[in-house]
Write a protein of this length. Structure first.
Length: 311
């Protein structure tokens, strides 16, 4: 059996990701002619066209698009194997792509990433903050932080910590509109809809065998909690938010918890990575570091907020 053309696959991936033979050559440290020759050789051996070329643009063919994810995985595995062999002889170095939810990244990630980079100055971290759900394999993302139930997939997942959420409002709003005593009372209030997938995600509550479900009625619906916090502080309504988003406002008393005798389904912070267990040493190091430090951060934040109560 003929060996795979690793050079050809690596050049194909570099052209597809870089958008041109020139960009691929620069990223690989090769000449443009060498990259073109390698891709042409690979296409000839496969009997298909991977890239459509013109004088102005290079585009991945339909056949090439169908093979691109597997090609990326092959190149990533080879790169990881090479780096793993060198780990005892060199310092951690190179790029890492990290994706995280917008609010969590802004509120939590800065200090731990700064500390990691201080320990490993040759590592470069590209942080992608978005409330959209990324495809780590297709987008070439090494690590993904996600706060959501995990669907069945081939991604490797590490559960870091629970993420507490509370029903929040300002003292001003409650003084004017009254404090709900039961989840069903929320139907008579301005209940902000917060979620990532649909306009109004139902809120489920439990208490000693009793259950209640409430559907937010608006008038505001959003997929990002940062816009909700100032609205609540200004007396604009009630919302269910992760505690880390409103930690400062809870500490100052600008927002308070209500319906504290009811519980809601527990969300967790997960760290996802592509299916290959052979990863560069720098990615493994950041993965372990985030699991350890974010677990402590989340636990500490929850304990601190719990001690504050409702003031």
């Amino acid at each position: 059996m003929a060996l795979p053309d690793y050079e050809g696959w690596a050049c194909f991936v570099a052209v597809a990701d870089g958008g041109s033979f020139t960009a691929a050559a620069a990223s690989l440290g090769l000449s443009k002619a060498s990259v073109s020759k390698a891709v042409t050789r690979l296409e000839a051996s496969l009997g298909i066209t991977l890239l459509h070329r013109s004088s102005r643009v290079v585009a991945v063919s339909t056949a090439g698009a169908g093979l691109l994810d597997e090609a990326r995985a092959m190149v990533a595995a080879a790169t990881a194997a090479t780096e793993a062999a060198r780990v005892d002889r060199v310092d951690l170095a190179g790029p890492i792509r990290l994706a995280a939810p917008m609010s969590f990244g802004i509120k939590v990630l800065g200090p731990p990433l700064a500390a990691f980079l201080d320990k490993h100055p040759a590592v470069e971290i590209e942080v992608l903050l978005s409330d959209a759900r990324h495809d780590p394999v297709a987008e070439g993302i090494d690590l993904t932080l996600r706060i959501a139930p995990l669907a069945d997939s081939s991604l490797l997942a590490r559960t870091i910590a629970p993420v507490a959420a509370s029903v929040l409002a300002s003292p001003t709003y409650l003084a004017q509109r009254g404090t709900p005593k039961h989840p069903l009372d929320l139907a008579g209030h301005r209940l902000v809809g917060y979620g990532h997938r649909q306009r109004a995600m139902p809120l489920h509550f439990q208490r000693k065998g009793e259950e209640a479900t409430v559907l937010p009625s608006g008038p505001l619906f959003t997929n990002n909690g940062d816009i909700v916090v100032p609205l609540l502080v200004a007396g604009g309504g009630i919302a269910v938010l992760p505690d880390f988003i409103a930690a400062d406002e809870l500490a100052s008393g600008a927002l308070v918890r209500i319906l504290t005798d009811w519980s809601m389904p527990q969300a967790h912070l997960h760290l996802l990575s592509p299916p290959s267990r052979l990863r560069p040493a720098r990615v493994r190091a950041l993965s372990d570091y985030l699991v350890d430090n974010l677990k402590l951060s989340c636990t500490g934040a929850h304990e601190q907020l719990a001690a504050l109560g409702n003031r």
